[in-house]
Design a binder for this molecule. Structure first.
Ligand SMILES: *Cc1c(COP(=O)(O)O)cnc(C)c1O
Length: 355
C-alpha cells in the first residue's frame, strides 16, 4: 500500500439540507420556493428540441445575461452567471481572495463560507454576531483579504440595512467585498444601486429562492466591469461551459416574467408575516426575518426534539447542531396551508409542555 493519500486535498464538505424521497411531506427545510417557476419556463421545456443538445452551449450565456442586465438596468459586461450562486461564490473566492490576510465573515452565517475557505486554502477569521444576531460594524475594522456577508444573513434572516453594508464596502476599498443577496427579493434593500459607486463591491444573487429554480442551478454576480472580467478569466480557466443550453433559456424566461415574480414573492411575504404572528402567539422568539424563512426558538421546547418529531410527522424543517444556534429551528415559508399544518403541530407541542 502506498501513501498517495498524503497528497489528497482533504475537505470537510458542506452538508446540504435533506431531499426526502417520501411523498406527501411538507418540505420547509431548504428554503425552496413553494410555487412553480414562471409559466414561460415550462413553455421552454416543452418546446426544447433534443437535437439542439449535440452542440456546446453558448459559453457566455448571452440570452440569460442580457435578461438579467435588462431587469436590473446594468450593462451585460457587469453580469457574471454561474451554476447556482454556490458556483458564483466559489469562483469569486478563487478570483478575489488571494491575499495573505484572512478574509472575514460572520460566525453565524451560510455554512458554505468556511468550507470554500478550507478547500481553496484561503485564511479566514469569523466575526461574532452580537447576542441578538446583529453584525457589529467596528469588528470588521481590521486588516483583511476580503469580506463576504449575506444581506439578509442566513440562517438568521436578519438584515443590517443598506447603510451598514455600504459602510463595510467603503471602509475596505483595497479588498473585494461580496454581498450575498440570496434572499434579497423577500424584503431587504439590495446593494445593486451602489455597484457604480464602489468598484470593490460584488453583489451575488440566485434564481433558487425567489424565482423557484433551485433545480436548475442559476446564480449571478453583478459588479463593475473589471471585477466581472477577472471572474470570467478564472471561470474560463476552470470550465468554459458551466451552464447548459436548456438552463440558459429557463433562466431567461424566469427573469422576463416580472409580474409572476412579483406575485409569488408577494404571497410568500404575506405568508411569512402571518407565520410570524402565529409563532409569536405560541411564544416563539425570533428576529425580524426579511427572507423566505424564520429562525425561531421557544423557551419551553427543545429544538432538536421538535425537529425530530416534526420529521416523523412528515414536516421537514432545518436544525443546526452548532453551539450558538442549537436552540433554533429554521423554518422555510411554504404555502399558507402548509404553514397552517406546521402551526397546528407546534401548538400541540407547546400545550403539552405547559401542563
Ligand atoms: C441558498 C443560498 C445560496 C446558494 O444558492 P444557489 O442555489 O447555489 O444559488 C447562497 N448563499 C446563501 C446565503 C443561501 O442561502
Amino acid at each position: 500500500m502506498g501513501n498517495w493519500e498524503e497528497n489528497v486535498r482533504k475537505v470537510v464538505p458542506y452538508v446540504p439540507g435533506e431531499q426526502p424521497k417520501r411523498a406527501n411531506i411538507i418540505k420547509l427545510n431548504t428554503n425552496e420556493n413553494p410555487y412553480p417557476p414562471a409559466p414561460g419556463v415550462e413553455e421552454v421545456l416543452r418546446q426544447y428540441q433534443a437535437s439542439e443538445l449535440r452542440k456546446y452551449p453558448d459559453a457566455s450565456a448571452t440570452d440569460l445575461v442580457n435578461a438579467i442586465a435588462e431587469n436590473y438596468g446594468v450593462q451585460a459586461s457587469e453580469v457574471f452567471v454561474g451554476v447556482g450562486s454556490d458556483d458564483v461564490i466559489a469562483m469569486s473566492y478563487l478570483t478575489f481572495f488571494n491575499g495573505k490576510d484572512p478574509i472575514l465573515f460572520p460566525d453565524i452565517t451560510y455554512s458554505f463560507y468556511d468550507v470554500w475557505a478550507e478547500e481553496f486554502r484561503v485564511p479566514y477569521v469569523t466575526i461574532p454576531l452580537d447576542q441578538d444576531f446583529h453584525a457589529v460594524l467596528s469588528d470588521y475594522d481590521r486588516p483583511c483579504g476580503g469580506i463576504i456577508i449575506p444581506n439578509p444573513n442566513a440562517p438568521t434572516g436578519i438584515t443590517e440595512g443598506r447603510a451598514f453594508y455600504e459602510e463595510l464596502v467603503k471602509r475596505h476599498p483595497n479588498q473585494v467585498v461580496i454581498i450575498d443577496e440570496a434572499y434579497i427579493d423577500f424584503g431587504g434593500e439590495s446593494m445593486l444601486p451602489l455597484i457604480h459607486t464602489y468598484d470593490n463591491l460584488l453583489v451575488v444573487q440566485t434564481f433558487s429562492k425567489s424565482r423557484s429554480l433551485a433545480g436548475s442551478r442559476i446564480g449571478f454576480a453583478i459588479g463593475n466591469e473589471k471585477l466581472i472580467k477577472y471572474l470570467m478569466d478564472v471561470k474560463y480557466s476552470f470550465n468554459s461551459y458551466t451552464m447548459d443550453s436548456v438552463t440558459i433559456q429557463l433562466g431567461r424566461a424566469a427573469m422576463e416574467d416580472k409580474a409572476y415574480f412579483k406575485e409569488c414573492v408577494g404571497k410568500i411575504i404575506d405568508t411569512r408575516e402571518w407565520t410570524k404572528q402565529e409563532l409569536k402567539r405560541l411564544g416563539f422568539v425570533f428576529g425580524d426575518s426579511k427572507t423566505n424563512f424564520i429562525f425561531a426558538k421557544h423557551p419551553n421546547l427543545d429544538a432538536a426534539e421538535v425537529f425530530q418529531e416534526l420529521r416523523e410527522e412528515g414536516i421537514f424543517v432545518r436544525y443546526f447542531p452548532k453551539e450558538r444556534i442549537k436552540d433554533y429551528l429554521r423554518i422555510t415559508i411554504g404555502r399558507r396551508e402548509e404553514m397552517e399544518t406546521l402551526i397546528a403541530s407546534l401548538e400541540k407541542k407547546v400545550q403539552a409542555k405547559s401542563c
